[in-house]
Ligand binder design. Structure first.
Ligand SMILES: [Zn+2]
Length: 182
C-alpha cells in the first residue's frame, strides 16, 4: 500500500459514495489494511482516496479505532482552535488551521450498519481533515491567506529540490512539530 501524493487528481476530486450493494472493495479487508498501514507509519487517520480508492471512507485511530463509510457531519461546533496540521499526501506542507472542536458524525460501519459518534478536540479536527479529503479539498485551503501562502511558498521552494523536500518533511516530523499529522 502506498500513499498518493499531491499533485494527483484523486486527491482533488470529490469521492463517490461507497455502495454496499455493489462493493468496489471488501470493506472489512480494506479497513483492516488501512488501520495496519496507519500503525506502521505512525498516522492517526487516513482516507481511502489517499491509497487510490476514490470512495467516501476513512479510518480513525485512537482510544477507539474504526472505519467510517459515507460519513456525514451532522454538527460541527465549539470553540475554534488553531493548530498546525501536516498530511502525508501533501509532503512539505505544515500549516496552522482553525477548526471546530465538537463534531457529531453519522456514518456506516464496514457491515453497512448506521452509527453516530461525537468527537471532541483533536479527534474532531481529525474527522474534519478527513472529510476535506473526501471532498477533494486540499487541507491547507482551510487556512487563512497569510498562513496558507507562508506554507505554500515554503513547499514550493522545497519542490525545486525534491530530495530536500523529503528531508524537510522528515525533519518536521522528527523535531519541533507540535501539531498533528493527519
Ligand atoms: Zn490528510
Amino acid at each position: 500500500m502506498n500513499i498518493v501524493t499531491y499533485p494527483n487528481d484523486i486527491l482533488t476530486t470529490r469521492c463517490q459514495e461507497f455502495n454496499f450493494n455493489f462493493q468496489p472493495f471488501d470493506p472489512y479487508q480494506v479497513s483492516q489494511e488501512m488501520i495496519h498501514f496507519c500503525n506502521d507509519n505512525k498516522l492517526v487517520s487516513l482516507s481511502a482516496n489517499q491509497i487510490g480508492h476514490p470512495y467516501r471512507m476513512f479510518v480513525l485511530l485512537g482510544s477507539e479505532t474504526f472505519a467510517c463509510f459515507n460519513p456525514r457531519v451532522m454538527m460541527a461546533d465549539g470553540e475554534e482552535v488553531l493548530l498546525d496540521e501536516s498530511c502525508p499526501s501533501y509532503p512539505g506542507v505544515s500549516v496552522k488551521i482553525k477548526r471546530p472542536t465538537e463534531v457529531r458524525l453519522r456514518f456506516q460501519t464496514p457491515s453497512g450498519g448506521i452509527d453516530t459518534k461525537r468527537f471532541h478536540g483533536l479527534s474532531a479536527k481529525m474527522v474534519l481533515h478527513e472529510m476535506d479529503h473526501l471532498e477533494g479539498i486540499p487541507f491547507y485551503n482551510r487556512a487563512n491567506r497569510y498562513h496558507r501562502e507562508l506554507a505554500l511558498n515554503k513547499r514550493n521552494k522545497l519542490l525545486k529540490h525534491s530530495i530536500k523536500e523529503r528531508k524537510e518533511h522528515d525533519r518536521i516530523i522528527a523535531t519541533g512539530f507540535s501539531g498533528v499529522i493527519i
